[in-house]
Design a protein around this ligand. Structure first.
Ligand code: C2G
Length: 132
């Protein structure tokens, strides 16, 4: 069984996130999503989420591509996660291209997938604000 993992905030879930999760699942048989906690988002990613961790987790767990949701609490956990969850492939959007190549040393394949253009949580918030 090929085990794939990805990491993210996934706030205000949209089709760009779904495109990523669908393609991530296509790379294996079992997809784990490490979901950024509210504390990690606030303190380290400087993101204030619209939905709480529990609400974002519920949404992700409802997606048929997703098999398990775990907390992402810091930048450093990825290395140990690869072994803890016996990961074969790490995947993330290409806005992170090159940033996680060091995980190859843990024996995992590292894949950067093209982002879906024009959609982002920030864009949604801006459009709503300007009544687009
Ligand atoms: N994404 C995408 N297309 C978009 C928007 C997002 O493919 N239009 C992808 C991102 O590249 C990422 C995933 O969806 O792989 C989740 O996006 P975010 O919630 O913005 O994740 P991010 O804040 O980049 O967190 O340790 C890694 C970080 O936690 C990644």
């Amino acid at each position: 069984m090929k085990r794939v993992i990805t990491y993210g905030t996934f706030d205000m879930l949209h089709y760009g996130h779904i495109n990523l999760l669908r393609r991530a699942k296509e790379l294996g048989d079992y997809l784990i999503v490490a979901l950024s906690t509210d504390k990690f988002n606030l303190d380290m990613k400087h993101k204030k989420c619209f939905f709480s961790y529990e609400q974002r987790k519920l949404l992700l767990e409802s997606i048929r591509f997703v098999d398990l949701v775990i907390p992402e609490e810091n930048w450093e956990q990825k290395k140990s996660d690869m072994h803890l969850y016996q990961i074969d492939t790490f995947v993330i959007g290409d806005d992170w291209k090159g940033k996680f190549d060091y995980l190859k040393e843990e024996g995992v394949e590292v894949v950067y997938l093209a982002r879906t253009p024009e959609i982002s949580t920030t864009q949604i918030k801006q459009d709503l604000k300007s009544n687009k």
